[in-house]
Design a protein around this ligand. Structure first.
Ligand SMILES: Cc1cc2nc3c(=O)[nH]c(=O)nc-3n(C[C@H](O)[C@H](O)[C@H](O)COP(=O)(O)O)c2cc1C
Length: 314
């Protein structure tokens, strides 16, 4: 999830019991091919995260194929094409969800990628561009014919962004339209919803987005329920430990030449973004979020988290 998840977060979620395939935040194919900025860092993952796909976006078939080769060379288990991003600066340029308005072009991109690499090429899409342009079944058929190994459908249109509710009937229609695996996405905020969607929709699996930012144990809890066990209980101490471990992992990534002025800011910004979701609905959450936003250092950040979730007994 762009701006929110990263390798450290994915590692931790797995350490805390999540199973399944993880996908990186989206990265520009153009930036990857040209080696621009920090784009190559997005290709980094650890063995703990596997199976892992790297998601790329772009509108040029040759560039997307070249970026897919880079992803494959890094050893990822799959490469995912973003056809869901609604942000105009991406969607306007025949990329992200903009590709859903150009079915032949979308298929050409997948075809070029599938010919370029041996790892599975998968596609993440929305319901369509707008309520008048709901075409996920057609796009799924096109990309499946072009060589996609699986698709994930977030049942909202680009115009909806995150408003309204995800259309799981549409997800089911896509699953019935193609023979490749279809995964459903949208509004899976608790373990029971995950179990219900898996049981009532003909999907191969589900993708969890915002829910995992609020509750990193969500997938583990759903797996418990699917296995007929009571869902594990998450205590304040678990939530405290998760954030502190996340800070440690982030700080370790910067450890080569740790510069408090640069890296503390970076870690604080990461936690700022996460805490908006992580503490939503918790009493005192807005107060913690405001304090985190002002935290001058990682040490101050740690103290705030320990105070909020209760420091461990000495
Ligand atoms: C802040 C944010 C960043 C996201 N970044 C990505 C992304 O990089 N790639 C992607 O395919 N989907 C991205 N999504 C969409 C999610 O993968 C998911 O499809 C959507 O949020 C609906 O599922 P949810 O209700 O479980 O969050 C993002 C969503 C949010 C809220």
């Amino acid at each position: 999830m762009a701006g929110l998840t990263d390798s450290a977060f994915r590692r931790l979620v797995k350490r805390h019991g999540a199973c399944g395939h993880v996908v990186s935040e989206m990265v520009s194919s153009e930036a990857l091919v040209r080696g621009l900025g920090r784009s190559l860092e997005y290709l980094a993952f650890t063995e703990e995260e596997r199976p892992v796909s790297i998601q790329i976006f772009g509108g040029d078939p040759a560039r997307m194929a070249e970026a897919a080769r880079l992803v494959e060379a890094r050893g990822a288990d799959g490469v995912d094409v973003n056809m869901g991003c609604p942000v105009p600066k991406i969607a306007r340029h025949s990329a992200g969800c903009g590709l859903m308005r150009e079915p032949a072009h979308a298929a050409a991109i997948v075809s070029a990628m599938a010919r370029a690499v041996a790892i599975p090429v998968t596609v993440k899409m929305r319901a369509g561009w707008s309520a008048r342009e709901v075409n996920a079944p057609e796009i799924a058929r096109r990309v499946a014919d072009a060589g996609a190994a699986a698709v994930t459908v977030h049942g909202r249109t680009a115009e909806q962004a995150y408003r309204g509710q995800a259309d799981w009937d549409l997800v089911a229609r896509v699953a019935q339209a193609v023979s490749i695996p279809v995964f459903g996405s949208g509004d899976l905020m608790d373990a029971q919803q995950i179990v219900d969607r898996l049981r009532t929709t003909p999907v191969a699996g589900v993708l969890v987005g915002r829910g995992i930012l609020h509750n990193p144990w969500l997938i583990a809890q759903a797996a418990d329920e699917l296995a007929g066990r009571p869902a594990r209980v998450v205590a304040a101490g678990d939530r405290r430990r998760f954030l502190l471990e996340y800070i440690d992992l982030l700080a370790a990534e910067a450890s080569g030449a740790y510069r408090p002025d640069v890296h503390d800011r970076w870690v604080v910004n990461k936690l700022r973004a996460l805490c908006g979701y992580y503490t939503k609905g918790f009493e005192g959450g807005p107060r913690l979020r405001a304090a985190v936003n002002q935290a001058p250092s990682v040490a101050a950040l740690r103290a705030l988290i320990e105070e909020f979730f209760g420091a461990p007994a000495a």
